[in-house]
Design a protein around this ligand. Structure first.
Ligand code: GEK
Length: 242
């Protein structure tokens, strides 16, 4: 059982920028399930895709792993022999809890949980790379560098799974999908105060791109085969195959 997210339930004099610290780690599973439509579907599909695309003796990367939900799903489903998973996150609090969490589940697949910036982390001999709601927290000017590096580090036939919250250029679509997302959060018990304070906390920290920008970046990096495989409101998951 995870702790309930009530971080923004009481009025705060000044709402500070959101950080992935100890307080967030404590409530993270509850927070992400109640905030991201389709999160569980995306996690289990990442497991399924890893089962289909993991190559023998290759590396699997979960960049921005948080508590390791995608890593766990992949460890459960990969059957290819000799795979090594690297779960990477910049938050020391996340990495520590992720290590504890993963150690509760037995697996044949070697897994290293590492506190590092995905932008600086070496990617090589990769068959599966996951950026599950991480790229939106990376500085926009570093994003192309990261996607380039992933493309270069992927083996032929390897995949990148990229899940993101989307921004839309058309105001009516932006407002409608945003409102549907807010209704999703209300339906999961978040109050107007919690929604408003979280919005203030995250607005300088999570900078979303349009679908067109993501696709353009894939192309620039060298991917010629990519698509969304999932969208619910303003949340999507994309698949790019080298
Ligand atoms: C999940 N993937 O449950 N390098 C590595 N990690 C980073 C970086 C960076 N430059 N910047 C931020 N992070 C997870 C959910 S959460 C999404 C991912 C969310 C990390 C950050 O510390 C946090 O743990 C994670 O990316 C984003 O499948 O909270 O909306």
């Amino acid at each position: 059982m995870s702790n309930l997210d009530n971080i923004y339930s009481t009025p705060q004099q000044t709402v500070k920028d959101f950080v992935f610290d100890e307080t967030v780690v404590d409530v993270f599973p509850d927070m992400i399930q109640r905030s991201v439509p389709g999160y569980q579907t995306i996690i289990s599909t990442i497991g399924h895709l890893a089962q289909n695309f993991a190559q023998t003796n290759s590396h699997i990367y979960d960049l921005g792993c948080s508590l390791g939900a995608a890593t766990l799903a992949m460890r459960r489903s990969i059957q290819a022999q000799g795979c090594q998973i690297y779960a990477v996150d910049t938050s020391a609090a996340m990495v520590e809890r992720c290590q504890m969490h993963l150690s509760n589940f037995k697996s044949q697949i070697k897994t290293d949980v590492i506190c590092a910036d995905a932008v600086d982390f070496e990617i090589k001999n990769a068959s599966v790379v996951v950026l599950n709601f991480t790229l939106q927290f990376i500085s926009p000017d570093k994003r192309i560098e990261l996607i380039n590096k992933i493309y270069q580090g992927l083996n032929p036939g390897g995949i990148l799974v990229l899940s993101e919250k989307l921004r839309f250029d058309t105001p009516a679509i932006q407002n409608t999908l945003d409102e549907l997302h807010l209704d999703f959060k209300r339906a999961h018990g978040y109050s107007e105060l919690e929604i408003a304070q979280k919005r203030t906390a995250i607005e300088n920290v999570m900078l979303t791109d349009t679908l067109e920008i993501h696709f353009e970046r894939f192309k620039q990096a060298g991917f010629s085969q990519f698509s969304q495989w999932y969208q619910c409101f303003n949340f999507t998951s994309m698949l790019a195959i080298k």
